[in-house]
Ligand binder design. Sequence first.
Ligand SMILES: NC(=O)c1ccc[n+]([C@@H]2O[C@H](COP(=O)([O-])OP(=O)(O)OC[C@H]3O[C@@H](n4cnc5c(N)ncnc54)[C@H](O)[C@@H]3O)[C@@H](O)[C@H]2O)c1
Length: 419
Amino acid sequence: MKGDVKDLKLAPVGKKRILWADRDMPVLALVRERFKREKPLKGLRMSACLHITAETANLGRTLVAGGADLVFCASNPLSTQDDVAASLVKDFSIPTYSIKGEDRKTYYAHIKRAIAHKPNVTMDDGADLVSEIHRNHPELAPKVIASMEETTTGVIRLRAMAADGALKFPVVAVNDATTKHLFDNRYGTGQSTVDGVIRATDLLVAGKRIVVCGYGWCGRGVASRFRGMGANVIVTEVDPLRALEAVMDGYLVMPIAEAAAVGDLFVTLTGDVNAIDVPHFRKMKDGAMVANSGHFNVELNLEGLKKISKRVTRNVRNFVDEYELSRSKRIYVLGEGRLINLAAAEGHPASVMDMSFATQALTTEWAVKNKGKLEPRVYPVDRKIEEWVSSLKLKAMGVKIDRLTAAQKKYLTSWETGT
Ligand SMILES: NC(=O)c1ccc[n+]([C@@H]2O[C@H](COP(=O)([O-])OP(=O)(O)OC[C@H]3O[C@@H](n4cnc5c(N)ncnc54)[C@H](O)[C@@H]3O)[C@@H](O)[C@H]2O)c1
């Protein structure tokens, strides 16, 4: 049994969670059935750096059913579900290197184990695996057919590499597929971020002033879910178009410097550095809570907060650290500033990951089919994959829709008919 997990004895609980999630992943199950028959990934060595959750385990089972020789490592030090990691190793024979709470050194040692697998295809959530290959193992790059990227921050990093001429193999921006970000980032991050905050704090949301930093796909989801529970949601933005959208969606919009003074809870989802900085921490009320659900913990300037604090008490409650600025001012940081939905809750519900991961598996097959034809740049997901995934998801949900009649098709593709 290969891998480095917290405790193999946790495997039975992990297996139950994996199978429970599988009930809600019918589209991925269909892909798995076909992969089992057709083996489109036969002979491929794959390394996947993802959040190690029950849903990811079902993606892993699908890739292995397709014939891939797969190794997993974590894409965040605090997002691993240890029981799932144990079951992946013990029950599904997928080498997994990932332990919840691992330090930075172990995190990178685990990525190195995935690199030592000498992958032909990689999968990333945040581009740490791809950038590690480029930085420290460039000799492996010519063997990589393609890489799939799961999240917004990863796509931003990869586009920057491509623009610099540094990218050495093709990547597909799975995050940018509508079957991914429209649902996963909005409804998945929306619900699970609220879940993470509540599990960490037992906060009564109703009546609270909640500041959502960033009104992108994730921010929209988080803002609407908190509003649905009775919070007064304030949005901060840097993009005028998105700020305008937030205003017309009915939120109060203001600069973080103003919001800092009034918020009870702050959640960052900007993909940006220091979205909440030292001057903002200084303005916060006693007892204010701060969380991040963006990919990296850089969104909160925690080093700065530490410097202005007289005392930091870890774990005043699970996933809550108290920063005492003065005797009358304490700020609570949730989940060490790492994505709160994965640190304190279970990440996105399986039903939404069904679409993201069916898109991932089919895009991997597409990339392998196109071996040798792709250049070292960032590709979008094939439109046909998105149509297939969304149609099947609707079918699985028992939702029927109308079809265009011949006359409608003609009308929608012609220009002659006017008033
Ligand atoms: N927690 C999760 O499970 C999860 C899931 C998906 C994506 N993510 C991550 O969440 C982050 C956001 O993703 P997204 O898809 O919503 O991205 P997005 O690009 O759609 O939205 C980000 C928004 O933040 C705004 N922004 C940037 N800097 C800002 C600042 N300093 N202050 C206020 N607003 C600012 C941008 O203008 C943009 O509107 C990324 O890091 C992404 O990787 C996390």
